[in-house]
Design a protein around this ligand. Structure first.
Ligand code: ADP
Ligand code: MG
Length: 729
């Protein structure tokens, strides 16, 4: 009897819901109370410091040491009043999640005692001993220094007893070692490029803000069941497990009523989010059993990404109180839907125009078409890069399954916008564009209905879909840092807008009117970017063939997908927008390949261990009991009867023997494949070897063991089964 498994199952099924601690105040009363937001700044900073700091936040003006000192003093006072004892620079290294090193506020007071200190120097910059963060060779061991530097645009916040200061993380020599630095650079590039295009339309715009609204999917599993599955604990997914007879086929989980235990978890999580200023709004059951989603109201892109990072760590903490473990892995369970993270992306002017909103008047509509078409062009030209930006060892299990977009980037616009673009393409300039006496440009033909937002037909299979007033990038994995994909989108669109501007200006120099020039360039773009537009079923086999014909990137190997970062056009684009230089791109790819290798390597080790130490001994024991049975049958019955009665046990013994031999052989072969791959020096080549020669064993071994799960006595099967893991009572 597998007591370990049964104890875990019993504890999990007897677990009572842990009531959430709901404050008896309205959300608006405690929203952001643990954030050094404008309200706190106003209270704890002098008028002048407040003014300079908010100017830095809004317009990126530099902050000198003296202001930093004042800000630090105010922050310290605010934090101490809230019982905070430590502070940390909070940053996003090129691994999963965030990094922090806590220091207490205390310093010697010179009289043998201690005082609470926090200077502008400590606020502005730190040197975490960062030699063990991945850096792709940007820092050798002699120069292991990396700096974290304060990002004033994202407010400091308190978790537990610690003041967390969002920071960027860069090498001593200035290269980015994190996700935040290039994200901020890309937001700036987009601001600049989009502003210049707005100038064509005589708009008085000072700033373009990029917005991000993410939707986070996740699974919950009971803590005891999680601990009884070494694969879940060590790799985040189940490497074994036969499908449950019932999973999601009845569609009874999606939007169904949320189990009480989960509901209490969600309440606690939301309260923690509100205190930290994360404006969470939506919660619901997702498609797979035990799968849920949480989404906030969209925010400025850099802040929204910080909030998503913070949310992912909050979830893990809050889950513990409820005896749950959160699975952020993209595909924790085979045979049921995986988890993604949709990124809703848009841009708006400081004058309140959403550049992806078809406006009330005809002028706005041409502006709208300009931004939509340039975005399409960017997605078209950089479709391999965008795919690389969402590629990971873990997300690969989800993409292309019958639930998530394939590993091909395309864009869905909906019939209305598609029709407008088609009409534009076939129009004459007189039809398409008009200009009024004030020399403002209009979209001459037709109107785009204002109510588009509610009207857009939805295409859930599209990786990059227009959804009424924004684009939704749906190919991201649930565990991803949204910054990686957002910085690729921002930079590609910024670069595209730069080119649009140049092309329009070149035509103007050749004597065309601005009106003609814009018309011609947009018309050419609509034609050129056509292959990226796809309104059909992205899950279908036909689309893969069609996409191939259209010349879209259809590569499915993750290590090869990363090559897109180093294509000449990618390097040119990233350098022109000043988001990443060639050296950084190479270094970051080394990190990506290395992480890929390690993830597959860990899975291979865990599966080897499970196969040989957990599964095989139990299966052989069961086989012995069958052999025992055969001996006893033989002793008991006559030859003829024995032949008859032993057919089934003999068949089982053989079947088990066949599976166990296959498993044992493949585990050995997998070790050999790893050894061989490990001898390859070049990281890219090694990652390819892991993809081509190691990872196929993971599925093959699994198939045999999952078959065994159906044969072997349930009483002795050592690992909690899918039906036990997947249904929270
Ligand atoms: P659905 O599941 O239908 O896509 P949700 O309501 O779950 O819709 O999520 C929509 C997300 O899009 C939310 O995070 C929302 O705040 C965000 N969003 C809405 N409008 C915009 C916009 N203009 N820019 C960016 N994000 C937006
Ligand atoms: Mg969505």
């Amino acid at each position: 009897m597998s007591t370990f498994r049964f104890n875990a199952v019993e504890r999990a099924s007897n677990r009572k819901a842990v009531p959430a601690l709901v404050p008896d105040r309205k959300v608006s009363d405690f929203f952001g109370e643990n954030v050094f937001n404008r309200k706190a700044m106003k209270k704890y900073l002098s008028k002048e410091t407040f003014r300079l700091l908010t100017e830095a936040i809004d317009n990126g003006t530099p902050i000198d040491r003296e202001i930093a000192n004042h800000v630090a003093a105010g922050m310290r006072m605010w934090a101490l009043e809230k019982g905070v004892t430590h502070y940390t620079h909070w940053f996003q290294p090129l691994t999963d999640g965030t990094a922090e090193k806590h220091d207490a506020f205390v310093e010697h007071d010179g009289n043998g005692g201690l005082i609470e200190e926090f200077s502008g120097k400590l606020l502005a910059q730190q040197e975490p001993d960062a030699s063990s963060f991945p850096n792709g060779g940007l820092r050798n061991t002699f120069e292991a220094r990396g700096y974290s530097a304060w990002d004033p645009s994202s407010p400091a916040f308190i978790v537990d007893d610690t003041l967390c200061i969002p920071t960027i993380f860069i090498a001593y020599t200035g290269e980015a070692l994190d996700y935040k630095t290039p994200l901020i650079r890309s937001i700036e590039a987009l601001n600049k490029a989009a502003k210049e295009v707005c100038d064509f339309f005589s708009l008085e715009v000072n700033k373009i803000t990029t917005f991000l609204g993410w939707e986070q999917e996740y699974f919950l599993v009971d803590e005891d069941l999680y601990s009884a599955r070494p694969d879940l604990s060590l790799t985040g997914r189940t490497l074994l497990g036969h499908e449950s007879a019932k999973n999601q086929q009845l569609d009874d989980h999606y939007f169904g009523s949320i189990p009480t235990r989960v509901q209490e978890f969600m309440k606690d999580l939301e309260i923690e989010c509100y205190k930290l200023g994360i404006p969470v709004k939506t919660r619901h059951n997702e498609v797979a059993p035990n799968q849920f989603e949480l989404a906030p109201i969209f925010e400025e892109c850099n802040l929204a990404n910080d909030h998503n990072q913070l949310l992912m760590s909050l979830m893990k903490r809050v889950a513990e109180k409820h005896f749950f473990r959160v699975l952020l892995h993209e595909k924790p369970f085979m045979g049921v839907n995986g988890s993604g993270k949709h990124c809703n992306w848009s841009m708006a002017t400081d004058t309140g125009i959403n550049l992806f909103s078809p406006g009330k008047d005809r002028e706005d509509n041409l502006l709208f078409i300009t931004f939509v078409v340039n975005t399409l062009m960017a997605v078209y030209k950089h479709n391999s890069l965008l795919k690389a930006s969402i590629a990971s060892a873990t997300n690969a299990h989800r993409l292309g399954a019958n639930e998530a977009p394939p590993a091909i980037i395309s864009s869905f616009l909906g019939t209305q916008i598609s029709e407008v673009l088609d009409r534009f393409e076939n129009s004459s300039i007189e039809d398409a564009i008009e200009m009024d006496s004030k020399k403002r440009l209009y979209l001459g033909f037709g109107q785009i209905p204002e109510i588009l937002l509610d009207n857009t037909d939805r295409n859930r299979t599209s990786p990059f879909a227009f959804t009424g007033n924004r684009f939704e990038f749906r190919a991201l994995g649930s565990s991803a840092n949204c910054g990686v994909a957002m910085l690729a989108v921002n930079s590609a669109v910024a670069y595209q807008l730069q080119q649009f501007k140049e092309e329009v200006e070149t035509r103007c120099k050749k004597g065309k009117s601005k009106q003609e020039a814009i018309y011609e360039v947009l018309k050419a773009y609509i034609k050129e970017s056509k292959p990226i537009r796809f309104d059909g079923n992205g899950y279908s086999e036909e689309w893969k063939q069609e996409a191939n014909k259209r010349g879209l990137d259809c590569e499915t190997s993750v290590p090869l997908q990363y090559d897109a970062y180093l294509l000449p056009e990618s390097i040119r684009m990233f350098e022109a927008t000043k988001v990443l230089n060639e050296k950084e791109l190479h270094a970051r790819n080394e990190v990506k390949w290395e992480i890929y290798i390690k993830k597959v390597q860990i899975e291979a080790r865990v599966l080897g261990d499970l196969s040989m130490n957990h599964i095989t001994p139990v299966v052989l024991r069961y086989q012995s009991s069958l052999l025992d049975n055969l001996t006893k049958l033989k002793e008991t019955f006559s030859e003829g009867e024995y032949e008859d009665l032993s057919t089934e046990p003999r068949r089982l013994v053989r079947k088990i023997g066949h599976h166990i031999c296959a498993v044992t052989r493949m585990v050995d072969d997998m070790i050999e494949a790893r050894k061989k791959a490990n001898r390859i020096q070049d990281l890219r080549e090694r990652a390819i070897a892991y993809h081509d020669t190691v990872s196929p064993y993971l599925n093959e071994i699994r198939e045999h063991i999952d078959d065994l799960e159906l044969i072997v006595d349930n009483q002795i099967w050592p690992l909690p089964k899918y039906r036990e893991l997947l249904f929270i009572r």
